[in-house]
Ligand binder design. Structure first.
Ligand code: ADP
Ligand code: ZN
Length: 618
C-alpha cells in the first residue's frame, strides 16, 4: 500500500501536511532525519505512518509519560498496534506489553528515555526495529528551554540499533538547537526538514497590562464553553485569578507546583476530558496537555522568553481551527524573572547573559508595534510570510497590530514622544521610581515633587493629554529598547536613563513606539466555527454541540479524552455536511476506517435524529 492509502485508511486524511511525506519517505528508506514542525504541524504522523505500513517496529522515545497513554490511545483509535512502557505502568498491563512485543504484534512502542537506557529491551526490539523516533528532541540541547540530562545518553542506546533509521522531532526551530540535536543524537547524513514556524490559525495579541483580571476576563468571555489556559507568573497570581474567575461563574481551576499531586491530576484530567473550561496555571502546566481544541491561551504575565511564549501559546488551536493568544505585558514582570533567576547561586555568567537576551527579546516582541506573526517568524530565523513576498495592506489579519488594535506612532511622533519621556527621567536623575516619573509627565504634583521643585520643570505635565496607561506603556517600551533601565537601590526600583536614551535625546539612534487602541468593545466572538467547511448555520451549531456531547460520553465510557475519539474539525464537518451513511462518514476528514467502524453508527444516529435536517437548512 502507498503512504497515501495508509493515510486515508487509518487517519481519514487525504493529503499530507508540509514535510510529512518527506519525513515518512526518509524513514521508509532507512535514512535519518530531523523534523522541525510547529505545534499542530502533524509530527506524530511522521513516525506513526511508517508503523502502520507494517514493515516492522517503530520505537518512540518521549519524555512525557503523562502523554504517552493518550498517544497510545489515539494511535489505537487509528487502528495501530501501539503500546507504551514507562514507570507508571502497573504489573499486569506491563506483562501484556512484553507479551505483545515478544509475539511480534506491536508496531508502535512508546518508551521513556529511562526505560530505553535501562537496556533490557534490546532483545525484544532489535530484530524488528525499523525506526527510532526521538520526540521533543530539543531536550538534548542546553540551548533549548527544557534540557534533560538523560536525553544526552540516548545516543548510547540508539547506537545499539545501527540498522534502524533515526528521526528526531521538535517544534523548537532556533538554529543553535537544531545543530545541537544533529550532533547529540549523532544523526547520520540526515535529511533536515524544517517547516515554517508560523501558526496561521492563531490570532496573536500583545497589550500593556492595565487591569489584569479585567483583561483576562475579556478574553475568557469571548469563548463561553470553550477550552482555554491562563498562564500567570507566581502561585499567588494563579490562586488570585482562579478565585476571581470562579466568582464570575467561569468553569475554572488553578494549577501550580504548590498543589498536591491529586489536585493537579484532577485539574489536568478535568481539562483534558472537557469537564473544565479554563485552567489558570504557572508554566508547570502544559507539558502533558494534548487537548486539541484549546481555543485560547492568555498570558496574564509576561513569559520568560520568546521560545517559552511560542511553546505555551502554541497549545492553542492544535486542531488547526482559529484560536486566540493574548499576552499582557508589563516591564515589571521582566524584573521579577530576573530576580527569580538571580536567586540561583550557581547561575553562570553565560547563563545570566542568555537570560538577559531572552528577556529583552520577549519584551521587544510584546511592545513593538510590528506584526506579531512576522516578529515570531523572524525570531526563529524565517521570513514572513513564508514565501517572502510582503504581506498585503491588511498585514497578517491575525494580530493586534494588523487588526488595528495597536497603533504604531510614526517615526517622527515616536521620536518626539520618546524624547519627552526620556527627558523627564533624565531630570529625575535616576533617584526616583517609575511612578514618580509618570506623575511628573502627567503633571500630578506631590508634596515631594513640589519640595524638589520638579513641578517647575518644563517636563512637568508634558504628556498630560496622553493619559497614564499610555505613559506607563511608553516607559515599558523604552525599557525594552534599552533607552531606560530599572536599577535596584536596596529597597526601591529606580528608573534611569541609559547612554542610548541620552543619545536618542540628541537625535541619535532610532526608536519605535506603539499605542494600544481603546479596548475594543464587543470584539468579534470566537471564530472557531468560521473555519468550518461550507456555510455554518444555526442548526449546524446545535448539531455540533450535540455531537460534542455524544463524543464526551463515548470518551467517558472508553476512559479516553474526547479529542482522542475524534477532533472538533471532524465534528464540524459532520455538522455541516450531515452524512447519512457509513460511506459518507468515511469521507469526513479525520474519520479513518477504525473510527467509523467503532463510532460511525452512533454519530449517524445523532445526525439523523435531528428533526427536519433537510428542511431546516432551506
Ligand atoms: P504536533 O505533534 O506536530 O503538534 P500532531 O501530530 O498532534 O502535531 O498533529 C496535529 C493535528 O493535525 C492532529 O489533530 C492530527 O490528527 C492532524 N493531522 C496530522 N496529519 C494530518 C494530515 N495529513 N491532514 C490533516 N490533519 C492532519
Ligand atoms: Zn500581523
Amino acid at each position: 500500500m502507498t503512504p497515501e492509502k495508509v493515510l486515508k485508511q487509518h487517519w481519514g486524511y487525504t493529503v499530507f501536511k508540509p514535510l510529512q511525506r518527506e519525513a515518512i519517505e526518509a524513514a521508509l528508506s532507512g535514512r535519518d532525519c530531523l523534523v522541525v514542525l510547529p505545534t499542530g504541524g502533524g509530527k506524530s504522523l511522521c513516525y506513526q505512518l511508517p508503523a502502520a505500513m507494517g514493515g516492522g517496529l517503530v520505537l518512540v522515545v518521549s519524555p512525557l509519560i503523562a502523554l504517552m497513554d493518550d498517544q497510545v490511545a489515539a494511535a489505537r483509535e487509528a487502528g495501530l498496534a501501539a503500546d507504551a512502557l514507562h514507570s507508571n505502568l502497573k504489573a499486569a498491563p506491563r506483562r501484556e506489553v512484553y507479551a505483545n512485543l515478544a509475539a511480534g504484534r506491536t508496531t508502535l512502542l512508546y518508551v521513556s528515555p529511562e526505560r530505553l537506557l535501562a537496556g533490557d529491551l534490546f532483545d525484544l526490539i532489535a530484530p524488528r526495529l525499523i525506526l527510532a523516533a526521538v520526540d521533543e528532541a530539543h531536550c538534548v540541547s542546553h540551548w533549548g528551554h527544557e534540557f534533560r540530562p538523560e536525553y544526552r545518553r540516548l545516543t548510547e542506546a540508539l547506537d545499539l540499533f545501527p540498522k534502524a533509521a533515526r528521526m528526531a522531532l521538535t517544534a523548537t526551530a532556533t538554529p543553535a538547537v537544531r545543530e545541537d540535536i544533529l550532533a547529540q543524537l549523532a544523526l547520520r547524513s540526515p535529511a533536515v526538514l524544517v517547516g515554517h514556524p508560523d501558526r496561521p490559525n492563531l490570532v496573536y495579541r500583545a497589550f500593556p497590562r492595565r487591569d489584569q483580571f479585567k483583561q483576562v476576563l475579556e478574553t475568557v468571555r469571548r469563548h463561553p464553553g470553550e477550552g482555554g489556559i491562563v498562564y500567570a507568573q507566581t502561585r499567588k497570581d494563579v490562586e488570585r485569578l482562579a478565585a476571581k474567575l470562579k466568582a464570575e461563574g467561569v468553569s475554572s481551576a488553578p494549577y501550580h507546583a504548590g498543589l498536591n499531586a491529586g489536585e493537579r491530576r484532577k485539574a489536568q484530567d478535568d481539562f483534558v476530558n472537557e469537564r473544565l473550561d479554563v485552567v489558570v496555571a504557572t508554566i508547570a502546566f502544559g507539558m502533558g496537555i494534548d487537548r486539541s481544541n484549546v481555543r485560547y491561551v492568555v498570558h496574564a504575565n509576561t513569559p520568560r522568553s520568546v521560545e517559552h511564549y511560542q511553546q505555551e501559546s502554541g497549545r492553542a488551536g492544535r486542531d488547526g481551527l482559529s484560536a486566540e493568544c493574548t499576552l499582557l505585558f508589563s516591564a515589571s514582570d521582566l524584573a521579577t524573572h530576573r530576580w527569580l533567576a538571580k536567586k540561583d547561586v550557581n547561575l553562570s555568567p553565560e547563563r545570566a547573559r542568555t537570560i538577559e537576551r531572552q528577556l529583552r527579546d520577549i519584551g521587544r516582541f510584546a511592545v513593538s508595534p510590528v506584526c506579531r506573526h512576522s516578529l515570531l517568524s523572524e525570531h526563529f530565523g524565517e521570513p514572513y510570510p513564508a514565501d517572502g513576498t510582503p504581506a498585503g495592506a491588511g498585514g497578517c489579519g491575525a494580530c493586534d497590530v494588523c487588526l488595528g488594535e495597536t497603533k504604531g506612532l510614526t517615526e517622527e511622533e515616536a521620536r518626539l514622544t520618546a524624547k519627552k519621556v526620556l527627558s523627564a527621567a533624565w531630570r529625575a536623575e535616576g533617584r526616583y521610581g517609575t511612578g514618580y516619573v509618570v506623575n511628573l509627565l502627567l503633571g500630578r504634583a506631590s508634596e515631594r515633587m513640589a519640595a524638589n521643585g520638579h513641578d517647575q520643570l518644563k517636563v512637568f505635565g508634558l504628556l498630560k493629554e496622553a493619559g497614564e496607561p499610555a505613559v506607563r506603556s511608553w516607559i515599558d517600551q523604552l525599557i525594552v529598547q534599552d533607552c531606560l533601565e530599572v536599577t535596584e537601590d536596596g529597597e526601591y526600583p529606580l528608573l534611569r536613563i541609559t547612554a542610548a536614551g541620552r543619545a536618542l535625546c540628541q537625535d541619535k539612534g532610532m526608536v519605535r513606539l506603539g499605542l494600544p487602541a481603546q479596548p475594543a468593545k464587543g470584539r468579534k466572538k470566537s471564530k472557531a466555527l468560521k473555519n468550518a467547511p461550507g456555510v455554518f448555520l444555526r442548526e449546524d451549531e446545535e448539531l455540533f454541540e450535540k455531537l460534542r456531547a455524544l463524543r464526551r460520553s463515548l470518551a467517558d465510557k472508553a476512559g479516553i479524552p474526547p479529542y482522542v475519539v475524534c477532533h472538533d474539525t471532524a465534528l464540524l464537518e459532520m455538522a455541516a455536511s450531515k452524512p447519512l451513511t457509513l460511506d459518507a462518514l468515511l469521507g469526513i476528514k479525520g474519520m479513518g476506517e477504525k473510527r467509523v467502524e467503532k463510532y460511525g453508527r452512533l454519530f449517524l444516529g445523532a445526525i439523523t435524529a435531528l428533526p427536519d435536517v433537510e428542511q431546516g437548512n432551506m
